[in-house]
Design a protein around this ligand. Structure first.
Ligand code: CP
Ligand code: NVA
Length: 302
C-alpha cells in the first residue's frame, strides 16, 4: 500500500503535494473531496498540532477522523500490530500514526490495506517537513538556492529536513555536538539526493561553519519525547547550540527563524528570538493543516 512513512516515500511527489497545499490554502479546492472517508489516528505519544490539524483537516475535506490512544487500544495490551492493521483496514480509509518506534509504523504499513501516514516516529517527521517547506516558500519566495541551518539535536525533525531540502534545491547544514549527529542512513540518502540536485549538505560541530550564508535557522527541543532519561546530560551538551540573538546575527539579512513546536524558551531558543520579528513558528503550525490536507487528498482521494 502507498504510504507516507518517510520523505523518501514522496521523493518524486514532494513538489506536487506542496503545490496542492498552496492551492488548498488559497481556497482552490473542490468541495468535500473525502466525503464519506474515515481516518483512524493512533497516538502512542502526546500531540497538540498533529492531532488537531489532522482532525480538522479531515473534517474540512468532508470526511471524519477517529482519535485512538494506544493506551485504550488492544494494541496497548499486546495485540499484534499486524492484526491491528488488518482490522482497521476493514473499517477505515486511512491510518495516521504517531509511534514510539519507526519499525512499528513500517510493520503497520506492511499489513495495512489502506494508506498509512506517519505523524512522527523516533526517526522522522515527514508531515512537519512538508509544512515547513510550504512556510519557507511563502516567506522566502522559493526554495532553490536558499540555505537552511538546523541547530541542536540531530533528531527526527532534522532527519526529515535533511531529506526534503535537497529535493527542493535547498542547501542544508546541521550544527550539533559530537554524538548528536543525524541518522547515518538518512544522511547517506540525503547526500544522494543532494548530488542529484546539485545542493550541499554540511554536518558540523562548529556552529560558525554551519551558519555561513544561511536564510533559515531552525531548531527543535533538546529532549524529544522518549529522551527524558538523558535530560540533564542533553541540557549541558546542547547548551552551546542555543539559537539566540547572537547566533541569529550570523545568518543572512532577512533570515527567518523556525521551530516545529512545542518549544522550551531559554533552552534550544531564547524568548527574544522565538517571539521576535524573524520568527515564523505560528505560520509553520498553521501550515500543518494545509500541508496535511494535501497529503490526505493525495493518499485517500479515489
Ligand atoms: N510539531 C508537532 O508535531 O507538534 P505536536 O507534537 O503538538 O503534534
Ligand atoms: N523532536 C520532537 C518533535 C516534537 C514535535 C520529539 O520527537 O519530541
Amino acid at each position: 500500500m502507498n504510504s507516507l512513512l518517510s520523505i523518501t516515500d514522496i521523493k518524486d511527489d514532494v513538489k506536487d503535494i506542496l503545490d496542492l497545499a498552496s492551492k488548498i490554502k488559497a481556497g482552490e479546492m473542490e468541495e468535500k473531496p473525502l466525503e464519506g472517508k474515515t481516518l483512524a489516528m493512533i497516538f502512542e505519544k502526546s500531540s497538540t498540532r498533529t492531532r488537531v490539524s489532522f482532525d480538522v483537516g479531515m473534517y474540512q475535506l468532508g470526511g471524519r477522523a477517529i482519535f485512538l490512544s494506544s493506551n485504550d487500544l488492544q494494541m496497548g495490551r499486546g495485540e499484534p500490530i499486524s492484526d491491528t492493521a488488518k482490522v482497521l483496514s476493514r473499517f477505515v480509509d486511512g491510518i495516521m500514526i504517531r509511534a514510539i518506534r519507526h519499525s512499528d509504523v513500517v510493520e503497520l504499513a506492511k499489513h495495512s490495506d489502506v494508506p498509512v501516514i506517519s505523524g512522527l516516529t523516533d526517526l522522522e517527521h515527514p508531515c512537519q517537513a512538508l509544512a515547513d517547506m510550504l512556510t519557507i516558500k511563502e516567506h522566502l519566495g522559493d526554495w532553490k538556492g536558499k540555505k537552511i541551518c538546523f541547530a541542536g539535536d540531530g533528531n527526527n525533525v532534522c532527519n526529515s529536513l535533511l531529506l526534503i531540502a535537497p529535493l527542493l534545491g535547498m542547501d542544508i547544514s546541521v550544527a550539533c555536538p559530537k554524538g548528536y549527529e543525524p541518522s547515518e542512513d538518512i544522511l547517506k540518502t540525503a547526500r544522494e539526493y543532494a548530488d542529484e540536485n546539485n545542493t550541499q549538505i554540511v554536518v558540523s560541530d562548529d556552529i560558525g561553519v554551519a551558519l555561513e550564508n544561511v536564510d533559515v535557522v531552525y531548531t527543535d527541543v533538546w529532549v524529544s519525547m522518549g529522551d527524558e532519561a538523558e535530560k540533564a546530560k542533553r541540557e549541558i551538551d546542547l547548551a552551546p547550540f542555543q539559537v539566540n540573538m547572537d547566533l541569529m546575527s550570523f545568518a543572512n539579512d532577512g533570515a527567518i527563524f523556525m521551530h516545529c513546536l512545542p518549544a522550551v524558551r531559554g533552552q534550544e531558543v531564547s524568548a527574544d528570538v522565538i517571539d521576535g520579528p524573524k520568527s515564523v513558528v505560528f505560520d509553520q503550525a498553521e501550515n500543518r493543516l494545509h500541508a496535511q490536507k494535501a497529503i490526505l487528498y493525495h493518499y485517500m482521494k479515489d
